[in-house]
Ligand binder design. Structure first.
Ligand SMILES: [Zn+2]
Length: 304
């Protein structure tokens, strides 16, 4: 059995919202077993929204949640960090409606979670194990889940821009691979879109400090963190959006040219297709994880 986990202690930081441009204080707090990830608005008397697909609200270059009149925006990078680091239960307290963008990646959230520490809870964690393919598509955008013994993500992107005509990557998502290969990948956008977004009241907090900006001939930032940082960030986004199913997934997710709207629609579809998956207590069959007990003679031979 893999037990559920939460944070060992509370931790806070300050930042700004990418789209709103507002200052925000973010506090991550421990929570009890089976309570999941819940966003709490301290500026609205502590009203809460569970991070589940049934509360998906506005999708506009970021994933938002809504419950009655309460909203929280840009939840995806933080959710990706929680699910990948195996934090099942936590309260995310915000002093304004948008999760701070930090440096545009999930690395600062990984740092916060690691600083807070992780605590085991006595309840079992249940994984959603995919039994048969599930997919949706919209035009040339497609996303699917296939049976696999591990959580893997394959993402491909294609843009009409010389810098990222096509990028594709497959990763088996573990705590280690997420921290090293995915979490540091930053949000990106095209320079020609920035002015349009600002006219719509978006990207007001955006800068080269928290996003990779792509101009006609290259990126405006000094350097990329990875040669294929863009597709790695799409993997980060889809991990965070799929966390809205409320459980870690065991399956191979394959997405082509997705975005938050497609990702979150797919998370909803997965929960609807209840015959396509089952809930299990461990990521692999117990027999495969049991230590192999060798007779003493064989053990000695192995060591030698
Ligand atoms: Zn993102």
């Amino acid at each position: 059995m893999h037990g559920q986990r939460t944070l060992r202690r509370s931790i806070s930081c300050a930042g700004i919202g990418l789209h709103s441009g507002h200052k925000v204080t973010l506090s991550l707090r421990p929570a009890s077993a089976n309570s999941g990830i819940r966003f709490r608005r301290s500026d609205l008397g502590g009203l809460e929204i569970p991070a589940t697909v049934s509360h998906v609200g506005g999708i506009n270059h970021a994933t938002g949640l809504a419950r009655d009149a309460v909203t929280v925006d840009t939840v995806e990078h933080l959710l990706a960090a929680f699910v990948s680091l195996g934090v099942d239960n936590a309260i995310v307290e915000l002093s304004s409606p948008e999760v701070p963008i930090m440096d545009g990646s999930a690395a600062p959230f990984v740092y916060l979670i690691q600083e807070a520490g992780i605590k085991q809870l006595s309840a079992a964690r249940r994984y959603l194990k995919v039994l048969r393919p599930i997919s949706i598509s919209r035009g040339d955008k497609r996303i699917a889940l296939y049976p696999s013994d591990h959580f893997k993500v394959t993402y491909s992107i294609a843009f009409d821009h010389p810098l990222l005509r096509h990028q594709s990557r497959t990763i088996r998502v573990t705590e280690e691979s997420f921290v090293e290969e995915i979490a540091p990948a930053r949000t990106f956008g095209f320079l020609e879109e920035v002015e349009m977004m600002r006219q719509q009241g978006l990207a007001l907090g955006g800068s080269l400090e928290n996003a990779v900006v792509i101009g006609d001939t290259g990126v405006l930032n000094n350097a990329l963190r990875f040669e294929d940082e863009f597709v790695r960030h799409k993997i980060l986004d889809v991990i965070g959006d799929m966390a809205l199913v409320g459980r870690p997934i065991i399956g191979h997710l394959i997405a082509h040219r997705g975005g938050h709207a497609l990702h979150t629609a797919f998370a909803g579809r997965v929960l609807e297709e209840t015959d396509a998956w089952t809930l299990v207590d461990a990521p692999v069959a117990p027999a495969a994880t049991s230590p192999v007990i060798l007779p003493v003679k064989d053990a000695v031979r192995v060591v030698n």
